[in-house]
Design a protein around this ligand. Structure first.
Ligand code: 6PG
Length: 230
């Protein structure tokens, strides 16, 4: 199967894909990396398994690729997801937690996250992929896709949940040393083909995101990979 400017791992099932990602997260935590987490439902199992594999995250810095503009204890919060599935299961909490303040005005939260992130290189950036090809909260053909200066911006959702978002921009995402896409399920197969094998296209934001100076890895289950051509 061919992908563009990325390495590909295809696993038998969703659980095995989560395990591969958990191993990368646990190793990154162990070595004191700056780790950016993703939201959505797909990463939950990977976070649970990462907590089992490494109980001490005290050396790690944790960031987010995007956040829904809700308080941290809201069910829809990406921070909240990590809290429930990962942090609450650890012996030692991450030494540096850089939460996007979803409870604040999105414009202000984005400016303050931009300032917080500036000067840091993300070692590991985990990304999901929407069925429409969006990554973080960069939706198809959105103005944020052409951003060149700012590292974090407010964004309008084009899918559920319909709450405003704050998202890292393409330059912030591309600056990561290692970008890992985790995508599972047949409903994502078309988006995977566009984002990973197709040409760069603002209609499929995932196709615009590759690490500038590092590596990009896609960990997919067989269903998500089913539209990639040999
Ligand atoms: C979010 C995300 C988003 C997510 C995809 C996939 O806050 O919603 O960070 O980019 O990764 O929408 O989400 P699922 O895993 O729920 O399909």
């Amino acid at each position: 199967m061919r992908v563009r400017d990325a390495e590909l791992i295809v696993t038998d099932d969703e659980e095995s894909a989560a395990k591969r990602v958990a191993e990368l997260l646990a190793e990154a935590a162990r070595t004191g990396s700056e780790i950016a987490l993703t939201g959505g439902s797909t990463p939950a199992r990977a976070y649970e398994l990462a907590a089992e594999l490494e109980q001490d995250w005290s050396g790690a810095g944790v960031w987010w690729g995007d956040e829904r503009c809700v308080p941290p204890d809201d069910d829809r919060s990406n921070f909240g997801l990590a809290q429930r599935t990962l942090f609450d299961r650890l012996d030692a909490q991450p030494g540096r937690v850089h939460r996007i303040r979803g409870e604040d005005d999105p414009g202000l939260a984005a400016v303050s996250y931009d300032q917080e992130l500036r000067g840091t290189t993300l070692d590991l950036l985990l990304l999901g992929l929407g069925p429409d090809g969006h990554v973080a909260s960069l939706f198809p053909n959105s103005p944020g896709l052409t951003e060149t200066e700012r590292l974090a911006i407010p964004a309008e959702p084009k899918l559920e949940p319909f709450v405003e978002r704050v998202t890292l921009t393409p330059p912030a995402l591309r600056g990561a040393r290692s970008i890992v896409f985790l995508v599972t399920g047949a409903q994502k197969a078309e988006a995977v083909a566009g984002a990973l094998a197709g040409p760069p296209d603002p209609a499929v934001p995932g196709s615009l995101i590759r690490s500038d100076n590092g590596e990009t890895l896609a960990i997919l289950d067989q269903m998500a990979a089913s539209r990639l051509r040999d």
